[in-house]
Design a protein around this ligand. Structure first.
Ligand SMILES: [Zn+2]
Length: 275
């Protein structure tokens, strides 16, 4: 069952594009280094209008999108349909693994599928099962990167990811425990659609603080949940496009040691004050 829309999106400011632009300009003024921006869309596996429009938007803007796919939800017909959505721009997509079945196994505290509460061999089984399913369906299009459901996982999972040859993990900003040496963690630090604050005016202030801080930090990871986007109708389409107006920022050529081959698809836009 999709969760309800975040109250934030029920009260969009009329000057949203301008405020996003100001955030970008502030971040550019704050730092002399490049600012890396990537977009990660979660809970992918079931084709539908929202996923169709999301991919169409990124394809139109020629901006890469990292899609975290729940292995147990994906079937061959679903994959064929989703893949066909992105056929006009196949190099933009980074298809990777989002847990195994997005099931909470934590008996206390926050939800986790790959938390510390289960034995190592069961965690390993679920990781391998998910990886094999995606490899089997996607072939070479699968990227061995792991986004744990709810952005959380335990130390055992992180060590297993490294041992099993995953290239990277992607969690929330400030996640603990730290990922081991050799397993980069591309942390998201801007949440578009799973915000729980009930006061939209206050939450817009928080959102812009979050975005400004993320951009100023040099690595801005924007988390998308396409299932929790308002239906497209009338002004809804405008709102949707404006939500992603950050896509119209000025991209620069990728450079520097940060970008190794497997990291490239994750990086959507690089802002640089040197340009
Ligand atoms: Zn998820």
């Amino acid at each position: 069952m999709p969760r309800p829309l975040s109250p934030l999106w029920l009260a969009c400011p009329s000057d949203l594009s301008k405020r996003v632009k100001t955030c970008i300009e502030t971040a550019q003024a704050d730092t002399s280094a490049s600012v890396y921006v990537f977009f990660r869309a979660d809970d992918v596996a079931v084709p539908g209008k929202n996923l169709d429009r999301l991919m169409d938007l990124f394809a139109t803007k020629r901006v890469p999108l990292s899609l975290s796919v729940v292995p147990a939800w994906l079937t061959r017909p679903r994959w064929q349909q989703i893949r066909s959505l992105g056929r006009t721009a196949p190099l933009l997509w980074c298809w990777h693994q989002h847990g195994w079945r997005h099931k909470n196994h934590a008996t206390t505290g926050k939800k986790q599928e790959f938390g510390p509460g289960r034995p190592s061999f069961i965690i390993k089984e679920d990781l391998i099962r998910g990886q094999q399913r995606l490899e089997n369906l996607m072939g070479k299009e699968f990227d061995p990167i792991f986004t744990p459901p709810w952005n959380r996982c335990g130390h055992t999972t992180l060590e297993l990811l490294k041992k099993l040859g995953y290239h990277a993990v992607s969690r929330n900003t400030g996640s603990r425990p730290s990922s081991p040496e050799g397993l980069p963690d591309f942390q998201v630090n801007v949440d578009l659609h799973t915000r729980k604050a009930v006061n939209p005016l206050e939450d817009w202030k928080c959102f812009f603080t979050e975005l400004r801080q993320a951009l100023s930090s040099g690595l801005c990871g924007i988390m998308i949940h396409h299932q929790q986007v308002a239906p497209y109708a009338g002004s809804g389409q405008m709102t949707r496009d404006r939500k992603f107006s950050i896509c119209s920022g000025r991209p620069a050529a990728p450079s520097g040691k940060f970008l190794r081959n497997y990291e490239r698809p994750l990086i959507s836009i690089i802002f640089s004050s040197r340009h």
